[in-house]
Design a protein around this ligand. Structure first.
Ligand code: AGP
Length: 372
């Protein structure tokens, strides 16, 4: 009903708008007065966590994209090797698992059969399983050794939005907690990032306040057949997520690529007026990547692409090559997906509407996939 949608036309719009609160709720009660993480609910003893020598993340769809981003955070802050695998592929290749492996299963619904079968397989091999989940008491957390709930509130729209952002926050918390528990040379950075996370809700709110040009742009693209997405580092999974949203909602051919792969094939797809969304890493920090992606934007634009550039406030290097420029707030490199994803959600939702599609219930899809 209209009341359930809180005045929005679609649950998806409501859930996009709820993201600042959702990410704040994921953090609630998990950072103590001294700025350290208290994840008591992760009932895997610190002694066990110190002995973990590998992390394996299993998930499907959007949750898998959260896992891909988590890998960057976990490896950077903990120096533990981390693999991410589609849950539907995982157990069929006889993965190497033992008691020193921490398996993280990410699922909004907690009922996704592929993810459930993957975690059962992992536990049979003696691995500890930590679930990151949004649905209290669902099957995946019940069958895991521990759970970190995302507290995003119920997500009704089939296309995942607030669950994704809160999965990211939960993944960062796990990465930082592992780093804190094990002690790494990144202690100061870990404390700084915990502070940065506390202000991320405001950053998401600011992005939401600037989305009207994104909606206008989406409407002008309603008759296109293809949209490509490029990203690098944590922007690569963001590009994949932007493409997935467009497939599900707008029924368009949408593909995400790692920008560095462009020259190895995908650049052949570029033709006159093809919309290409590019997620640009911060010019600070890993600035080599920033400069490389600016060259990519130049290259595709020289071949006719219509460039839609998502770049940090103050990044002037992209301006000459951006047909459309979407600004996002400055964040630490690893946290950028929390702000960069939001315009892609709005873009897909508006394109779906412009094409006359049912936003909350895309064709052929179910909210949770309880079959293998
Ligand atoms: C997201 O927009 C999708 N509807 C889908 O990819 C979803 O993320 C996937 O099916 C996993 O669901 P889960 O998080 O409930 O396990």
């Amino acid at each position: 009903s209209a009341a359930e949608k809180g005045g929005y036309d679609y649950f998806m719009l409501k859930e996009i708008a709820e993201q600042p609160k959702a990410v704040a709720d994921t953090l609630l009660g998990r950072i103590d007065g001294s700025g350290s993480l208290t994840l008591d609910e992760v009932r895997i003893p610190p002694r066990v966590l110190r002995e973990i020598d590998k992390v394996v993340i299993v998930a499907c769809g959007t949750a898998f994209h959260a896992g891909m981003i988590a890998k960057y955070a976990i490896e950077h802050w903990t120096r533990i090797p981390c693999e991410v695998e589609l849950a539907s592929e995982f157990r069929y290749r006889d993965p190497i698992l033992d008691a020193q492996t921490l398996v993280i299963a990410i699922s909004q619904s907690g009922e996704t059969m592929d993810t459930l079968m993957a975690l059962r397989h992992a536990r049979e091999q003696g691995s500890k399983v930590l679930a990151i989940c949004n649905t209290n008491g669902s099957t995946i957390p019940r069958e895991s050794d521990a759970v970190l709930y995302t507290h995003a509130g119920p997500e009704v729209a089939v296309a995942s939005t607030k669950a994704f952002l809160t999965q990211l926050v939960a993944c960062y918390l796990v990465a930082l907690y592992l780093g804190q528990t094990r002690g790494t040379k990144w202690g100061d950075e870990i404390r700084a990032v915990i502070r940065d996370l506390s202000s991320i809700s405001g950053a998401v709110e600011r992005v939401l306040g600037t989305m009207e040009p994104v909606r206008e742009l989406a409407r002008t693209l309603a008759s296109k057949n293809t949209v490509l997405f490029l990203g690098r580092h944590v922007g690569y999974p963001v590009a994949l997520e932007g493409a997935l949203k467009l497939k599900e909602l707008a029924y368009m051919h949408a593909e995400g690529f790692a920008a560095g792969e462009l020259k190895h094939g995908p650049i052949a797809l570029i033709e006159e007026d093809l919309p290409v969304v590019v997620v640009v890493p911060s010019p600070r920090g890993r600035s080599v990547l920033h400069d490389k992606i600016v060259s990519n934007i130049q290259e595709i634009r020289a071949r006719g692409a219509r460039t839609i550039v998502i770049a940090e406030e103050g990044d002037e290097a992209v301006v000459p090559y951006a047909d459309h420029l979407i600004r996002i707030p400055v964040t630490p490199t690893l946290l950028q997906p929390l702000v960069a994803t939001v315009p892609l959600q709005v873009f897909a939702c508006e394109l779906a509407t412009a094409r006359g599609n049912e936003v909350d219930q895309p064709r052929n899809l179910a909210k949770s996939v309880t079959v293998e």
